[in-house]
Design a protein around this ligand. Structure first.
Ligand code: MG
Length: 388
């Protein structure tokens, strides 16, 4: 029985993870659930999965929950500190790190420091602190198993093969909802249009990032650190069908690709079962049904944020931290309807221009640059009014 902690249990990845747990009650046991502020869903999850501990964002919510469960042995924690405490809960075999944004960094590091394996869905932590995360995991021998579908694909294609045999790695992108929209219409695309991803059902932040293709930019950086690849080995292909998730080209010209239905439960289950594969039904891939698999180059004028991400990938050091923080603030502003779609790019570009890239030597430095950039982005936004 694998004992798991799910950080971000009420989000899209968290809910899909619990779907997988439902399929394998004799193989997986939920010990810890961490949620933000969706108490109603957390209550249902507690009732169904009987964790030993939960954590929520606000102390007030924790107080209320404690009151409700006082006749049980369930422990309830709150805030950032509570989150660290539940990650340290004894006898956890695997932490599913699925809190969106840089907020997922500290608990991910904590788990790895304790030598606990991490199934990683939180790409932002790898983007801002990849080298630190890898160093800690190497020291404690904790495994990092990617959940992100593209990285799960690369992980499965590499399957322990020597890095020197790899020539190139391609991540695929569906292209999001705006792949074929006329360029001049892009700036004023609404929130609901940006959220309507044609292939994947995901959380809001990652859906917007998929519409701008920043998601793929962050994934390139994630892949660089996760698999120790050089920036020039990494590339993106637009693949509207989202059947091939990643493709690895080896030095002899041979390629391996990972294919599956567009269903996050597949990479999640692999991360939970790794290195085993567990039997499931109803998710066979019928290529004769799919018929066409298209691959296109990325049109840079359509997705200018990807070019910014590529620069951060190549320069490295502090630049990915700035890229990520600026993007988080910009996407938040877009979701709050304070800026238009095109202005997401303007915020990120401004923050990158204002920053002189440097090497990073500590995690505190990562968090400082993250905070500085958020401040800068917010100041820039103050001077902006949503242009129609
Ligand atoms: Mg992905």
């Amino acid at each position: 029985m694998k004992k798991i902690a799910i950080l971000g249990s009420t989000g899209s990845i968290g809910q899909n993870t619990l779907e997988v747990v439902r399929r394998f009650p004799d193989k997986l046991k939920v010990e810890v659930l961490v949620a933000g502020c969706n108490l109603n869903l957390l209550r249902q999850q507690i009732e169904e999965f009987h964790p030993r501990a939960v954590a929520v964002r606000a102390e007030e919510d924790a107080r209320q929950l404690r009151q409700e469960v006082k006749k049980t042995s369930l422990k309830v924690y709150a805030g950032e500190k509570g989150l660290e405490e539940v990650v340290c809960f004894p006898e956890i075999d695997l932490v599913v790190s699925a809190i969106t944004g840089v907020a997922g960094l500290k608990p991910t590091l904590k788990a790895l420091e304790l030598g606990v394996d991490v199934a990683l869905a939180n790409k932002e932590s790898m983007v801002v602190a990849g080298p630190f995360i890898k160093k800690i995991a190497a020291r404690t021998h904790a495994k990092i198993i990617p959940i992100d579908s593209e990285h799960s694909g690369i992980f499965q294609c590499l399957d322990g093969r020597p890095l020197k045999s790899v020539r190139k790695v391609y991540l695929t992108a569906s292209g999001g909802p705006f792949l074929r929209v006329p360029l001049e219409d892009l700036a004023n695309k609404s929130q609901s249009e940006a959220l309507a991803h044609p292939r994947w059902k995901m959380g809001k932040k990652v859906s917007i990032d998929s519409a701008t293709l920043m998601n793929k930019g962050l994934e390139l950086i994630e892949a660089r650190f996760l698999f120790d690849l050089r920036p020039e080995q990494l590339d993106v292909l637009i693949h509207p069908q989202s059947i091939v998730h990643a493709l690895v080209e080896f030095r002899d010209g041979s390629c391996l690709a990972q294919l599956s239905q567009t269903d996050m439960k597949i990479p999640i289950q692999y991360a939970l079962s790794y290195p085993e594969r567990w039997e499931t039904t109803g998710n066979s891939l019928d290529l004769s049904e799919v018929k066409n698999l298209e691959f296109l180059k990325v049109e840079e004028s359509r997705f200018p944020l990807l070019a910014l991400a590529r620069r951060a990938l190549e320069v490295g050091g502090s630049l990915p931290v700035v890229l990520n923080a600026a993007n988080e603030v910009a996407v938040e502003a877009f979701l709050e309807d304070n800026i238009n779609f095109r202005q997401i790019y303007e915020v990120v570009e401004y923050c990158l221009m204002q920053h002189s890239p440097r090497d990073i030597n500590s995690l505190d430095e990562v968090l400082d640059i993250d905070q500085e950039t958020r401040k800068l982005a917010r100041e820039f936004l103050k001077g902006k009014v949503k242009s129609k």
